[in-house]
Each structure stands twice: as C-alpha cells, then as structure tokens.
Write a protein that binds this ligand. Structure first.
Ligand code: SPV
Ligand code: MN
Length: 637
C-alpha cells in the first residue's frame, strides 16, 4: 500500500492539515507512515496533529492541554495541575498498574515469572479490539523523541501517538525532541513506538472512564507498546516505563545495559572534584532525593543506559531530561532543592495534589493543608471517605511533579553530553526496616551484582496494591525485567569484567528502624553515606571488612557528619546502625534462595556468594557467641 497517498487522503478528509502532512512527508520514513495509517484506521481520531521540534508546535501542546482541561493553570507562573482517574482508594489510575501490564509472548517464548504475560496473538486481538475507535471525537498527537542525548551512541528514537495532551505535554518536559533526528534515520525501521489512548473520558477535568479496560501491552517483537484507558504517566507515557521494558530487551541481546538508575555527580566538600554515581532504588525509596541532595549535581533521576567506553570506564547517560518525581514529603528541610524548584515560577505539572484557590498542597510539605479543595477524588473535604469507607487523603501519596532538569540550579552540565558520564560507583537501595546497614561496600564487582540482585523493599503507593509488604526487587528493575533474570545478571557480570575501571558497588538503606519503629536516621543523613562511598572510590577512607561487605569506620563518619551536615554523630548511633544483624540477614538469605530457585539459569557466582555468606555468618555467630555483631567486634580476636 502507498501509505503516503493514504495519509495525503487525510488532508482531503479534513483530518490533517497540509502543513502537518508536509511534516510527515519530510521524514521520508515508510514505517512511520505505516504505523500512523494503521492506528488512525483503528483508533479513528477526528484530528491529527503532528508536533515537530519547533517552538510553535510545542506551544500548541502547552496551550491546548489547558484548553481541553487536561491541565489547569495555577497561581505561580508556568504551574499547572493534572488529575488522573479515581473511583476508590483501591480502584484508581494513580499509580502503575502492574496487573494489566502484560508482555506479549510469541508461541514458545520466554515468560518472565514475575511479570504478567499473555500469548502474543491473543493479547493483540484483545487490545486491538479495545482500541477500536478509542480516539473517536478526539485529537491524536503525533510526536517524535530521542531517548538519550542527541548524536550519541546511547540514543534510541521513539514515536508517540496519543490522544492525551497531558501525555504529549509531559513528554515535552521529560524527553529530548526528536523530529529532526527522525529525519536523519534515512528510512530506517530502527525505533520504538508507542500508541496511547486515554479512552473514553468522563467529567471535568476529563479522566479515563473505563478503568476496567485499562491495558498496557508490551510487544517486544515489534519494539512497541500499546496502552489504553489510562492517564497516569507510569502507564501512559511511552518514553518512560514502557520504553524501559523495550530497552531492557534490546540491551539484553547486545553489549550494554538498561537500568532503573539515577545518575549524579557526587561533590565532597573541600575536595574540588566530581565523581559520578548511578543508583537503583524501588519506587518511593529515596531515589530522586538522593540524586537531588544539596551540594550535589543531578544528571538523571530514573532511567540510564550504560555502555563501556574507550577510556575503560562504564559510561552512563540519562535517557530523560526531566523529572517525574514523588512530591510527598518534599519540604524545605528534607528536600530543599526540589522544594525551591516547586515553589517558584517555571513550567511544572503537578499531578494528584490538592488545589485550593490556585495553590497546590501535598502530603508532608511542611505546611498546614486547607480543610477542603479540589483533589484526585473531585471536591475534597476533611474526613472524606470512598464508597468502601476508606479515608481519602487530601493529596495522593503517589502525587507527582514533572519538571525539566534544565530548570534546576543543581543540574550537571554533562546532561546532554553524547558520551554520558564515567561511573565511579553504583548504589543499590531498598526500604528495609531491620536488616541491612545504612551503607555497605561490596567485596568486588560480582558481590556488587549480588547486592543489587538481592534488593528487598517494603511496598509503597507507587504501584497499585497493599503497602508495607516486603518484596524482592533485583536492581529495582523487577517490574520491567522482560528478559530472564539469570541472563540479565550474567550480562552485568560480563559488562563489569570487561571494564578497565569497574564501578565500585554499594548498598544503602535509609529506612532502618529501632524496636519502637522509629527511624534511626534523619532524612539528610543519606548525604553522608553517599559522600563516604565517593571517598572509598577515591581511596580516602579505610573500612572494616565483614562477611557481608565493607562498613565505614566511626571516626570517618563522625568527621563527615560534622563537615557536611554540622551534626554530631554519636558512637552509640554508629554501633546501632552498623551492627551486623546475623539472624535477620540469614532470614533474608533464605528468602533470596527461594527467589533465585524460582528462576532458571541463575549464574553460578550468585549461588557461590549466597552460600559463602551463609557459612561465614553462621561461623561468625558461633565465634562471637551472639547474633548481633558490633562493628568494633571485628577488631577483636
Ligand atoms: C517509578 O515508579 O519507578 C517511577 C514512576 O519512576 S513511574 O513513572 O510511575 O514508573
Ligand atoms: Mn522509576
């Protein structure tokens, strides 16, 4: 079929302007035209708008999102608010929907045990049926993006079709414009594509009506994701978690890594140097606030591609250029940099916060909230409950903000560097109240992979479901691991082994509690763990070797607390935080063993490390005659 001719026909039908037809024509890409034709035919929008990289086109999206009430303007210049759908506290579109996110599996293909899967043919039939006419009466925006910096070995181009101006607007803040990059593709088919529809809308602001027909189907075979009947960014934005899954699949068959990592430049006081670190934490475990720590430089807060580079380092690039961050607990004291950014004029989308008289309010902002206003449940007043009697908070715990990194004062100037940044270290962290110490350095690269593979976290509101349940989450990437865990871990092993300067790996735990359930650390203490790790990569500090890894010396932490936070760090606190809790760790090892056994082909080094840890810990417990070992015990014979 001559797709160009077909699409030219849209001009005659009044679907597409001459100018926008020309924009498509200039791309000179058959696959792009084919996709547009296929999905316009299926989804039946009443208008097509092609958004190039021009300021005029981008302004069109920014203005129309407000005209269509998908966002509303707030008092501060550039601020808007968007709401996602809500029925009850357990039936809503306020978080990623793991249940309805499925990987389409061709006959006989690998089925990741931790993810939902569906036979490819069956899944396609189902979702294409749901998508029939889903854009009826609506405008379909066609946008082009570049994942990663432009003109870079890292970059992957992406095409997005969506009938949500909120999606199109968010992507403008979060991703690099790629229309001009598509022109350079030279008719190649090598790009990802995403078709999204919010489906039938209801109410004002308009939200998805048929949440029960929400589907997010990942088609690895075609490098595409089809997403329908949702608006929440983690479900709807192709370039975010949907592209993450496709990129994990692509990298798995090549020689690079796709990770759920932030990237930051760590800048210790008085040292006049920047060392780059990446880090993976499950949702709502302090990932963004680590990358945004005062005095440090942010490169990215969510997704990174890693490649080995000619200089012998692993280089990491942020595939995004903005932040879609959790707003809960962002306040002047705990997250001063983000708080400042969110309370001053700049293009910012707030989602699912409370609005009263044009101002936004969120949980933990350090300010009293009004007793009524507009929130994700409509008009809200104190003591409001859903139809099941569950209390509705004034703002959602997974309420978010979307901003461009370039707007922030602490953004690293290598954000757009086509070479990315060389990594000195990697952090892995989870939400763990009683097992791992606040910071721990791995014994070597393989042990670092082991630390990443054994991340456990108590669940939060960032995904739909019960909160506070302990779940294992290898590399904080489990929700997106469309490839076998064993192969993924082997790729990590190989990747590091081939580097001349392998990153040092650390695990962090910001959530350790005492027996009364009180956190053992202040929120900004994480800065000390990060700076200590940086010092370790530069040879600044000695450390204590334990069976589970290296832990810091008290004196070093005491000095860092004083220098970086002006805070007194007592030896009692140190001992409580850095004791090796053997019983709890052994219990964790048992859980890990179970998780690895459920997978096929877990690499040998993981089993060796797990068994060695177990034996070493039992021996230590017997030697010392107790199951909680103080750091100083390691010096005693
Ligand atoms: C996460 O949950 O890991 C996020 C937000 O970064 S979402 O876009 O919903 O995935
Ligand atoms: Mn994330």
């Amino acid at each position: 079929m001559d797709y160009l001719k077909e699409i030219e026909g849209y001009v005659t039908r009044g679907l597409l302007s001459e100018t926008d037809f020309e924009k498509l024509n200039e791309l000179n890409n058959k696959k792009v035209l084919h996709i547009i034709h296929q999905f316009v035919d299926l989804c039946n929008p009443s208008k097509l708008t092609v958004v190039s990289d021009s300021e005029e086109d981008i302004t069109y999206v920014r203005q129309n999102v407000v005209k269509k009430h998908e966002e509303s303007k707030l008092n501060i210049n550039g601020h808007t608010v968007h709401f996602d759908g809500f029925v009850t506290m357990s039936n809503h579109d306020q978080a990623r929907d793991k249940g309805n996110t499925k990987i389409l599996i061709p006959k006989g293909g690998y089925k990741p045990p931790a993810l939902n899967t569906i036979d490819r043919e069956e899944g396609l039939e189902e979702i294409l049926k749901i998508m029939e006419g889903c854009m009826k009466g609506k405008e379909c925006i066609i946008r082009f993006f570049c994942l990663g910096p432009k003109n870079s070995k890292f970059s992957i181009l992406s095409l997005q079709l969506t009938d949500s101006l909120y999606v199109a607007h968010s992507e403008d803040l979060l991703y690099r414009a790629g229309y001009e990059e598509f022109k350079k593709l030279n008719n190649s088919e090598d790009f990802f594509y995403f078709i999204h529809s919010a489906g039938e809308l209801t109410g004002d602001p308009p939200v998805t009506k048929n949440l029960k027909n929400r589907r997010i189907y990942v088609d690895l075979k075609e490098s595409r994701v089809l997403s329908v009947n949702n608006q929440y960014a983690g479900n709807s934005l192709g370039l975010k978690k949907l592209a993450l899954r496709l990129a994990i699949h692509k990298a798995n068959n090549e020689d690079w890594l796709t990770e759920h990592y932030f990237i930051m430049g760590v800048c210790p006081k008085g040292k006049n140097r920047v060392s780059y670190f990446a880090g993976a934490y499950p949702s709502a475990c302090g990932k963004t606030s680590t990358a945004m720590l005062p005095g440090q430089q942010i490169v990215g807060d969510d997704i990174a591609y890693l490649r080995s580079w000619g200089d012998g380092f692993a280089h990491a690039a942020n595939i995004e250029k903005g932040i879609f961050g959790i707003i809960k607990d962002v306040n002047q004291i705990d997250d001063p940099v983000i708080y400042e950014a969110l309370t001053t004029p700049r293009e910012t989308i707030f989602s699912n916060v409370l609005i009263k008289d044009g101002d936004s309010y969120w949980l933990g902002m350090g300010k009293d909230n009004p007793k009524e206003g507009m929130n994700f449940s409509g008009h809200w007043k104190a003591n409001k409950a859903d139809e099941n009697g569950n209390s509705i908070p004034f703002a959602h715990p997974n309420a978010r903000y979307t901003i461009r990194l370039s707007e922030l004062s602490n953004t690293d100037d290598k954000l757009e560097d086509p070479e990315g940044v060389p990594l000195h270290g990697i952090f892995y962290g989870g939400r763990d109240s009683d097992t791992m110490p606040p910071i721990l350095q791995s014994l070597n690269w393989e042990h670092g992979i082991y630390l990443g593979a054994t991340i456990e976290s108590e669940t939060t509101s960032a995904t739909i479901g019960a909160e506070g349940v302990r779940k294992s989450n290898p590399m904080a990437n489990l929700d997106f691991l469309v490839v076998p865990l064993g192969k993924y871990l082997k790729n990590h092993e190989k990747f590091g082994k081939e580097l001349k300067y392998c990153p040092k790996v650390f695990s962090t735990n910001y959530f350790l509690k005492n027996e009364d359930g009180k956190y053992l650390n202040g929120i900004l203490d994480k800065k000390i763990w990060i700076i200590w790790a940086e010092g370790r990569t530069q040879g600044d500090f000695e450390a204590i070797i334990t069976p589970i890894g290296y832990i810091p010396l008290y004196e070093d932490l005491k000095n860092l607390f004083d220098l970086e936070l002006g805070k007194l760090y007592s030896e009692t606190d140190y001992i409580e935080q850095f004791s090796i809790r053997i019983k709890n760790i052994l219990a964790k090892l048992e859980r890990m063993e179970k998780m690895f056994k459920a997978e096929k082909d877990i690499p040998e080094f993981i089993w060796t490390l797990l068994n060695k840890q177990k034996n070493d810990l039992i021996q230590l417990m017997n030697d010392k005659g107790k199951d909680v070992i103080f750091p100083n015990d390691f010096f005693k014979k």
